[in-house]
Design a protein around this ligand. Structure first.
Ligand SMILES: [Zn+2]
Length: 127
């Protein structure tokens, strides 16, 4: 992440708008959108898993904000998490900790399925 800096973004309704980017912003801004859709986004934090066909994204997260949004909740810093083909905003650390707890619970379930697979394969004489 770099220091705060100014960028000029061309919007469809307000023309060029100069804004200060927070230090976490990766500096990629869409031009031609309405001012309310002008946002900051960090680089993706990718969580990958190893599969038989290589590494695949399980989910990714990024910091973001929409300082001109008509929805006050979207103006502040959030973490957007890409889950199931869409982004979901997590507005505070408690929400992210709940997500982490749910992912950890799924890991326990995956381990149980792994044990079940081994038992079934042994029963079938495969291993
Ligand atoms: Zn920015």
């Amino acid at each position: 992440m770099s220091a705060s800096r100014q960028v000029t973004v061309h919007t469809s309704d307000c023309g060029p708008v100069t804004i200060s980017c927070p230090a976490w912003c990766a500096g990629r801004h869409q031009t031609g959108e309405q001012l309310v859709d002008l946002g900051h986004a960090s680089n993706d934090i990718e969580l990958l898993v190893e599969t038989e066909r290589g590494r695949v994204e399980l989910l990714h997260l990024l910091f973001g904000s929409y300082p001109f949004s008509t929805r006050p909740a979207d103006r502040g810093l959030v973490v957007a998490v890409h889950l199931g083909g869409d982004y979901f905003d997590f507005h505070d650390d408690a929400a992210l900790y709940r997500l982490a707890d749910e992912v950890a619970a799924h890991a326990i379930r995956i381990r149980a399925v792994a044990r079940q697979l081994a038992e079934l394969q042994r029963a079938e004489g495969g291993r």
